[in-house]
Design a protein. Structure first.
Ligand code: SF4
Ligand code: SF4
Ligand code: SF4
Length: 577
């Protein structure tokens, strides 16, 4: 049924919007961006910062436009003297409680607070500083640093953590001027249920949240003549890193990324997609084994370390459902320091493996004590997409004008199936492409499984594999994963195979991706990955010649003894707080 339309006037313009539209959104529909800080389009309305106030005829007070619905005949002014004065006052008060660190702040180019202060014409600090900036940083996490001194208490991080991720690792504590965002008993993010997903970083409007950087460690390794430094790049990075150089969202920059990394001084530029193909070989055979031998079903993917930590804390009774496969990042580290190191005559301890990931939780994953099956730590340092872009900027590389170059061989050879790992539903689709052909020994003519694509948080499908009806589900965002886990915990899950990614949209919406990341941008990054898949000569993981070679020369067979040792892992029940 078509929604009822509402007619109102905003800044002397006649506007028509569907019933239920906020004044903020109605203003946006005519090209007026009302400034705001606590509002975020992916989150519930909070209405606390009051920065988005507007004047509404017959309303005695200024009203927050994010929390006020458009009404028939409403007359709104978004830019009156009264409104501008109120907005300035709000920002001036925020600045009176804020350190003047812009020159050295991680966010200085993209800080929403700094931009709003600039746009509102605030050129001097009118009020005396109201508080000392001596809150201790929370640096307990291997992935995330919290700086309470730069927090403006907008509550976005709290809402994303509880509403989108169903975690609730942080909340407001205390009242009035003493209010802070804290973890349970101020134990630090590493000592509570935080999954290290980094979604809080993406929504934070200031520099109060950032990744724990590995940039200096990576420079030191590159400069160390004794180290052979290889880098792997996750699929979602090539569809996003261009944004940090001013390119439009959805720009596919695989070749520019590769040439830029070569200029930085890495010895070999490899691709996590090689390991994604390897994951499909191992995980696909694990699934076939579970289905044919009445093993634990549904089987759930294990690529997303934020998701793994979530299930370890919240649903330990479901751990047997998770594939024992390590993530592609960790498979890559393990084979780089054994198979490849041996091929080129280098000791594992002289090789330094760097990952470039869309994900902050990958930093945590690389530090898990079980991730050292090569005899040394499998992955030495993890950079987010943002950190990799910063290194390229620091080196003065003209990214947008770099030539396209290829990955090095053999760990840079991959397929279209591996490319789509970066989008929600991609691992499922890649697994189905291989499982179909392994189970039926027939060629799969149409490789696209449209049913599992797209940005919906929860997708389900029944796939006919030559008479076997495989029921599958795909979830992105941990609140959606929770729905599937509750079914499993009650013994009511109808599925054989489930893909779960911790972040909205999958890895392309990861907590280490360029800021801003929102629904429109996620869609464009996904389209870029599907474009790359379509253009690749090989689109099924089991047809990757480098994968065939590694099994012939080294691993012998999927789920074989060497695979079990290097490519598989186990999980740990963790506390609730
Ligand atoms: S958070 Fe923004 S306003 Fe605050 S110091 Fe950093 S750049 Fe400046
Ligand atoms: S990293 Fe994720 S789980 Fe941890 S506090 Fe941030 S949003 Fe919550
Ligand atoms: S940490 Fe960032 S997102 Fe969270 S309340 Fe503070 S300013 Fe807002």
């Amino acid at each position: 049924m078509a929604s009822k339309m509402i007619n109102l006037t905003i800044d002397n313009n006649k506007v028509q919007v569907p019933e239920g539209t906020t004044v903020l959104k109605a203003a946006k529909s005519i090209g007026v961006n009302v400034p705001n800080l606590c509002f975020h389009e992916d989150l519930s309305i909070y209405g606390a910062c009051r920065l988005c106030v507007v004047e509404i005829e017959k309303h005695p007070r200024l009203e927050p436009s994010c929390a006020t619905l458009a009404e028939e005949g409403m007359v709104v002014k978004t830019n009156s003297t009264r409104v501008r004065k109120a907005r300035r006052m709000i920002v001036e008060l925020l600045l009176a409680n804020h350190p003047e660190d812009c020159l050295t702040c991680d966010r200085n180019q993209i800080c929403e607070l700094r931009k709003i202060a600039h746009d509102l014409g605030i050129r001097k600090l009118r009020f005396e500083k109201g508080r000392k900036y001596d809150y201790a940083l929370d640096e307990s996490s291997p992935s995330i640093v919290r700086d309470p001194n730069k927090c403006i208490q907008c509550g976005r991080c709290i809402r994303v953590c509880s509403e989108v991720q169903a975690v609730g690792a942080i909340d407001f504590v205390d009242r009035g001027g003493r209010t802070q965002v804290l973890t349970f008993l101020n134990k630090g993010l590493d000592n509570v249920e935080c999954t290290n997903c980094g979604q809080c970083i993406l929504v934070c409007p200031t520099g109060a949240l950032r990744e724990k950087t590995a940039v200096d460690d990576v420079w030191a390794a590159i400069d160390d003549p004794k180290k052979f430094v290889v880098v792997q790049t996750a699929p979602a990075v090539r569809a996003a890193i261009g944004e940090d150089f001013g390119m439009p969202a959805g720009s596919l920059v695989t070749g520019k990324m590769t040439s830029s990394l070569r200029r930085l001084g890495f010895d070999k530029i490899f691709d996590t997609q090689f390991a994604a193909d390897l994951t499909i070989m191992e995980e696909g055979h694990e699934l076939i084994g579970r289905v044919t031998n009445k093993g634990v079903l549904p089987m759930i993917t294990s690529c997303s370390p934020g998701w793994i930590k979530y299930v370890e804390h919240f649903f330990p009774e479901c751990l047997a459902h998770i594939s024992s496969c390590k993530s592609p990042q960790q498979m890559f580290g393990a084979v780089a320091k054994t198979y490849y190191a041996d091929k080129i005559g280098i000791k594992p301890e002289d090789m330094y493996v760097v990952s470039i990931m869309p994900c902050t939780a990958k930093k945590f994953e690389a530090e898990r004590p079980e991730m050292n099956d090569s005899g040394v730590i499998d992955v030495d340092a993890v950079l987010t997409t943002r950190e990799a872009a910063r290194m390229i900027q620091e080196a003065g590389i003209d990214f947008t004008n770099m030539p396209d170059e290829d990955f090095d061989k053999p760990l840079g050879i991959s397929t279209g199936a591996a490319t789509i790992f970066g989008a929600s539903g991609g691992v499922m689709e890649a697994a189905l492409r291989t499982a179909y052909e392994v189970i039926t020994s027939k060629t799969l003519e149409k490789v696209e499984f449209e049913q599992v694509r797209g940005m919906d948080g929860l997708k389900t499908a029944t796939v006919d594999v030559d008479g076997l009806e495989l029921k599958v589900a795909v979830a992105n965002g941990l609140a959606n994963a929770k729905v599937l886990l509750e079914q499993i915990a009650k013994g009511e899950s109808p599925y054989h195979f489930i893909e779960i990614m911790a972040c909205p949209g999958g890895c392309l919406g990861g907590g280490g991706q360029p800021i801003p990341t929102n629904l429109e941008i996620r869609k464009k990054r996904a389209a870029a990955l599907y474009r790359e898949d379509e253009g690749m000569p090989i689109r099924k993981s089991h047809e990757n010649p480098a994968i065939t070679a590694i099994y012939e020369e080294f691993l012998e067979k999927p789920l074989g003894e060497k695979s079990h040792h290097l490519l598989h892992t186990s999980y740990t029940k963790r506390e609730r707080y």
